[in-house]
Design a protein around this ligand. Structure first.
Ligand SMILES: *[C@@H]1O[C@H](CO)[C@@H](O)[C@H](O)[C@H]1NC(C)=O
Ligand SMILES: *[C@@H]1O[C@H](CO)[C@@H](O)[C@H](O)[C@H]1NC(C)=O
Ligand SMILES: *[C@@H]1O[C@H](CO)[C@@H](O)[C@H](O)[C@H]1NC(C)=O
Length: 437
């Protein structure tokens, strides 16, 4: 308590930006508990020894004949971060060889904060990739969603992505884990009609309340196939939604990040859900990565297979906001109690916000944190309860130049939502003027 009081005083006296995001964990290179260096073995024993032995790597964990199981630290780039209670999940998709485990976590209470080894979740065996693999094993996971029913949702892309040689191991499938038992409770392979040959299913959002756990819907944006896949948990069925708003905005494909200039054509990248509206449905906000608009649609439309797959959506899809050039956004998420939509502004090394209860004038789009050295390529952003969690991973430097693995490259930032938006236009709710024009 006294510490908090002192911290608040320091904020006032020294004029520090207390609203900024705080670095919770940092890595210069990713290692895994129980694999590789002596430090990580020790790290494993300190961090995980008290929990069950299912987190152990097998004796042959560094088998060089096993291209997924071998460990090449340069190829381990974390892409997703999310939280459930005392676990911080960190995903490492298999975009190169040498990724030993794709779904992992670290303990939030870890006393180490730098280069903490990742612990495979729910165990090492299911994360191992090898050619004689068990059929249930995870192939490659980009990001995760945590729902109000203590479940962890993810899409296993089924794809080993090595440059110039993508290998499809399995069709893409949805995996759901019960976080209280650490058991996979459902696997659902997407239908051929849900995807296109060049689909990329790198993000997801779950639509459910704690009282309706069996009535969940999962929304999966397809950033390179330019569509949205919907999974109905109760019916155990899925469909694909098509709309021009899911495409790349052709004038906004230029990026300049971490000293790299490049052109991307990523379409719909993430979806963020409002709280439940009076009609019982949510508003889904979405945007293309190469784009500046934010669009919206009611989940009433996408949850109804008939409505969702109509060829003419009439005016059901709306423009929620048109932002300035340079506001290209990767991940986004919405804090439902306050209406704050957080936006990862990859071209600005910044996290932005907009309170969706405010009108979409430019002064209502604010920056909560910007750092041209440390916040390069905010790649995932999740709201967990009243916290915002950001992962930045310097990825364009990895893709187009070389990372220096002796410097800090990967960071997970965590802040309370109320701290993050303090003194921004997102903190105050300005009612939309009704019926003026
Ligand atoms: C962190 O939390 C986990 C699970 O609650 C516990 O097993 C572990 O001992 C804790 N570690 C430390 C360093 O407090
Ligand atoms: C492509 O990758 C697979 C394993 O994913 C490997 O067996 C194959 O030899 C590779 N092909 C080329 C041309 O590199
Ligand atoms: C869901 O459907 C798939 C096939 O589409 C099936 O393999 C699986 O068993 C079903 N799961 C449940 C819980 O009904």
């Amino acid at each position: 308590m006294r510490l908090i009081v002192i911290a608040v005083l320091v904020c006032f006296i020294a004029g520090f930006e207390c609203r900024e995001l705080k670095e919770a964990f940092t890595w210069s290179r990713i290692s895994y508990a129980g694999l590789g260096s002596t430090e990580s073995r020790n790290g494993y024993q300190q961090e995980g020894a008290s929990s069950s032995s299912t987190f152990l790597f097998p004796e042959s964990g560094n088998d060089q004949n096993n291209f997924g199981g071998s460990y090449i630290y340069e190829n381990n780039i974390p892409m997703g971060a999310n939280r459930w209670k005392d676990k911080l999940f960190v995903t490492v998709p298999r975009r190169r060889v040498g990724v030993p485990s794709t779904l992992n976590f670290v303990w939030m209470n870890s006393t180490e904060r730098h280069n903490v080894p990742l612990i495979p979740y729910p165990n090492w065996r299911i994360n191992q990739f090898d050619p004689t693999r068990e059929p249930d094993n995870f192939v490659s996971i980009y990001r995760t969603a945590v729902d109000a029913c203590d479940r962890l949702w993810m899409v296993d892309t089924g794809l080993i992505e090595t440059p110039g040689n993508n290998t499809r191991v399995l069709p893409a499938r949805i995996i759901i884990i019960d976080l209280n038992t650490d058991k996979v409770i459902r696997q659902y392979t997407l239908k051929p009609s849900d995807v296109v040959p060049h689909s990329t299913l790198a993000n997801l959002a779950v639509d459910v309340t704690a009282n309706t756990c069996d009535r969940a819907f999962l929304y999966i944006p397809d950033l390179s196939g330019y569509g949205l896949v919907v999974y109905d948990f109760h019916e155990n069925d899925s469909w694909r939604v098509r709309h021009n708003f899911f495409f790349v905005e052709s004038l906004h494909g230029d990026f300049n990040v971490g000293g790299q200039r490049f052109h991307w054509n990523d379409g719909v990248f993430s979806v963020a859900l409002s709280g439940v509206n009076p009609d019982g449905f949510r508003t889904m906000y979405f945007h293309s990565m190469a784009g500046v608009h934010i669009f919206s649609v009611s989940t009433r439309v996408v949850r109804d297979r008939g409505l969702a797959t109509r060829s003419n959506h009439e005016s059901d899809f709306k423009i929620a906001a048109e932002r300035a050039g340079g506001s290209q956004t990767s991940a986004s998420d919405l804090h439902q109690p306050s209406g704050v939509l957080f936006l990862s502004l990859v071209n600005q090394n910044a996290i932005g916000c907009w309170n969706v209860n405010n009108n979409a004038r430019s002064e209502n789009f604010d920056i909560i944190h910007k750092d041209d050295q440390k916040l390069i390529y905010p790649c995932d952003l999740k709201v967990y309860q009243d916290e915002v969690i950001v992962l930045s991973n310097t990825m364009p430097v990895f893709l187009f130049a070389r990372l220096n693995y002796d410097e800090t490259n990967f960071r997970v930032w965590i802040s309370k939502v109320s701290d993050a938006v303090r003194d921004t236009s997102c903190a105050a709710m300005h009612r939309k003027p009704a019926g003026r024009y």
